[in-house]
Design a protein around this ligand. Structure first.
Ligand code: ADP
Ligand code: ZN
Length: 719
């Protein structure tokens, strides 16, 4: 069976246990010779949809990719897994290009990456090349670039129609991470693959949390945010090159490891900064949107937007650069209406009214997102025509309770100001009017109105929030377009007449709810070991001159530091360890893990690793309830003793104690529920007296056989 063979390649060449989302179905379609369009979120794993078929088909797979900068990394990553791949672009010397053509001729190459410009090359040269080569598949990456409805239209993509016309029998697979319905239609139409099969995956990125803060003192807010995330990698986006430079420098002054990236830097500098970030030498990259297209750095833990993105597509794509490894990650946006207004100026596309209208509409959606009071993930997915059954529980609005107070008087002041000035002014004017501003802009005749200045006791920012709140509740409305006006609604009169009380939102009170566990984050990995493994990875990466993730992704190292594989077969069970990487790096990583375990009295936990299941949309219980820790926890809560749980699950007692220790750490169990009271103090003392308090081995040695690893771990967790 072809798909069986595909699975073998997935395991042995790429080191993964199971397919994600629509990978398997898309690969099946390609192998059947059908055209297909694959929509998957950033980080979903689009590349494998054509890389695996490329290895199974006998000819060459031609990959059209818009980003020259990215090609080399993709090819390096493939080569690291033992796949014969190359790219052709203008950065290469003539000799290098000749070599590539030679490798194509000899049939050695399985994948060749080229930019779309190639197809336009002098006369028919490149088409001639295709004709004379045994090509099995065309893969078109970032296929949304073909649509002028999209946010990243590239005219040279239009030429790709020639592929299906000239080579009707070679299947085409088009891939993208952003596509609304119009864009999607353009992909089918313009590539002339009307019969292509569509593989639409959920765009949800459950491991990314969404948060929006008002853009006030944003630098201080940013410092607070970064302070708690000192050893994490992150991207901070700013609108202008100048603010990028300024912020990167300010962060360095504050002691953060940060570099800048924008199109104004020369190529060499850009590359240096980018590589330093990819290799984890620099933690924070401050950048314009020029940065990140196709950057496959899997351990980006946060993405911050200091300024508003132009549209939801960009925002989603940029935040999507966080957490490609599946581990919990964060996005933070500083939002202000001033930004919306500023961007409106840029949204005009010269001499193209319809294009301008599209851009303005997209910007309005971005504004709506900024002031949203309901689940942000729902809004985002809805924007991409997807329904989310429940609120996500992992965005600021889901974890915030809005406290309300009686704001009837405030509402009456606001509404009567709108009424008396004739419903003909924008938000800023209304606020200035209410606060009795002396500004020139306030009309003289308005200064005689009774409501002029009745809201002087309320700050501008607070008025802003109140107006937004009144609009959200339907007591006022705001027109569309470049200069939106505030108008009364049907509900306004009842308020003005004093018939309806109005509740307004006081301030945000953030509940520190314990975050729900995303499955991949629930590993109690050993930080000290992870650090050692990272060092080994850096050594290999430097000696091979590739980014660290090309050796192993963070997710792979975290698994090693969790499951502590001790034997070859155990290491091969770790996600991301394929045959070639196993041969190249396996021995070094194994040695380090074994040494560490020996020193600290630990044994392999590989039996805890069940193959990851496909990430389909599942109910919450499935995703959050069924990992091995929760099974033990639930049995314990049902009244079973630890011995009974160990017996019925066929696991060691110490393993069960370890499971339960996690719930001590999270506060769901009390320490004395799993460690006898009389032992707790003694263990606590032994830990404190230990030179390296996080290492369990020496504590165990000091305490002797009457104390188990599990008990010690539980006390550590509680401390
Ligand atoms: P996209 O192009 O959709 O943004 P990539 O193809 O770059 O995503 O894949 C993102 C990451 O996920 C890569 O590190 C890739 O190796 C990894 N990946 C892809 N498929 C799988 C899978 N089935 N299991 C585990 N990891 C995978
Ligand atoms: Zn939510």
């Amino acid at each position: 069976m072809a798909i069986e063979e595909a699975r073998e390649i997935l395991k042995h060449q790429f080191g993964y246990d199971s397919f994600r989302m629509n990978q398997e179905a898309a690969i099946g379609a390609v192998l059947d010779g059908r055209d297909c369009v694959v929509l998957m979120p950033t980080g979903g794993g689009k590349s494998l949809c054509y890389q695996i078929p490329a290895l199974m088909l006998d000819g060459l797979t031609l990959v059209i990719s818009p980003l020259i900068a990215l090609m080399k990394d993709q090819v390096d990553a493939l080569k690291a897994n033992g796949v014969e791949a190359a790219f052709l672009n203008s950065t290469q010397t003539a000799a290098e290009q000749v070599q590539v053509f030679r490798d194509v001729r000899s049939g050695k190459l399985k994948l060749l990456y080229v930019a779309p410009e190639r197809l336009l090359q002098s006369g028919d040269q490149f088409l001639e090349f295709i004709r004379s080569t045994n090509i099995s598949l065309f893969a078109i990456d970032e296929a949304h670039c073909i649509s002028s409805w999209g946010h990243d239209f590239r005219p040279e993509y239009l030429k790709l129609a020639v592929l299906k016309k000239e080579f009707p029998r070679i299947p085409v697979i088009a891939l993208t991470a952003t596509a609304d319905k119009l864009v999607r239609k353009d992909i089918f139409d313009r590539l002339e693959i009307g019969d292509a099969e569509l593989f639409l995956s959920s765009f949800n990125r459950p491991n990314i949390s969404y948060r929006v803060e008002p853009k006030r003192n944003s630098f201080d807010q940013l410092l607070d945010f970064l302070e708690d995330r000192k050893d994490q990698s992150g991207i901070i986006y700013c609108l202008s090159r100048a603010s990028v430079e300024a912020l990167a420098a300010d962060l360095r002054d504050e002691g953060f490891s940060s570099l800048s990236y924008h199109a104004g830097l020369d190529k060499q500098m850009r590359d240096t900064h980018q590589n330093s970030f990819l290799r984890d030498e620099t933690k924070i990259i401050v950048a314009t949107i020029a940065f990140g297209m196709g950057i496959d750095k899997s351990n980006v833990r946060f993405v911050v937007h200091m300024d508003l993105p132009k549209n939801i597509e960009s925002y989603y794509q940029e935040t999507g650069r966080a957490g490609r490894d599946g581990l919990a990650s964060e996005s933070l946006l500083f939002f202000s209406w001033a930004d919306v207004i500023k961007l409106k100026g840029f949204a005009e596309v010269d001499g193209n009214a319809s294009q301008s209208a599209i851009m303005l509409k997209k910007l309005d959606q971005m504004g709506k997102f900024g002031e949203l009071r309901s689940c942000r993930r729902r809004f985002l997915l809805n924007y991409f025509s997807e329904e989310l059954a429940d609120d996500c529980g992992n965005c600021d609005n889901c974890t915030t309770t809005f406290e309300r107070f009686d704001g009837t008087i405030i509402a009456q002041k606001a509404l009567s100001a709108v009424y008396r000035t004739g419903q003909n002014f924008g938000l800023n004017y209304m606020i200035d009017f209410l606060r009795g501003s002396q500004a020139q802009s306030i009309r003289d005749e308005h200064k005689n109105i009774k409501t002029y200045g009745v809201g002087a006791d309320i700050s501008k920012d607070a008025w802003f929030d109140h107006f937004k709140d009144l609009i959200a509740q339907g007591f006022l409305s705001q027109t569309e377009g470049q200069f939106p006006l505030i108008k009364l609604t049907e509900k306004s009169m009842d308020v003005l007449a004093g018939n309806v009380p109005v509740k307004l939102i006081k301030a945000k009170v953030r509940e520190e709810k314990t975050k729900k566990l995303v499955p991949e984050v629930s590993h109690p990995y050993i930080q000290a070991l992870l650090d050692e493994l990272r060092e080994i990875r850096t050594r290999f990466a430097n000696s091979e001159n590739v980014p660290a993730y090309v050796v192993f992704s963070d997710a792979t190292l975290v698994e090693m530091a969790t499951y502590l594989p001790q034997a070859d077969w155990e290491l091969l069970k770790i996600s991301g360890v394929g045959d070639l990487k196993f041969d190249k790096y396996g021995a070094d990583f194994l040695r380090s893990i074994k040494d560490y375990c020996q020193k600290n009295g630990l044994v392999s936990r590989i039996d805890l690793k069940s193959p990851k299941r496909e990430r389909k949309q599942r109910t919450k219980r499935d995703v959050f309830g069924k990992d091995t820790y929760h099974i033990s926890y639930e049995m314990f809560r049902e009244g079973k003793s630890m011995e009974e749980i160990a017996k019925s699950r066929g696991l060691g007692l110490s393993t069960i104690e370890g499971h339960l220790a996690r719930f001590v750490a999270s506060g769901e169990l009390r320490l004395d529920q799993i460690v006898p009271l009389e032992k707790i103090e003694i263990i606590r003392k032994a830990i404190e007296e230990n030179q390296e308090p996080s290492l369990i081995g020496p504590v165990k040695t000091a305490l002797g056989d009457d104390y188990s690893y599990g008990e010690i771990r539980a006390v550590m967790a509680a401390m």
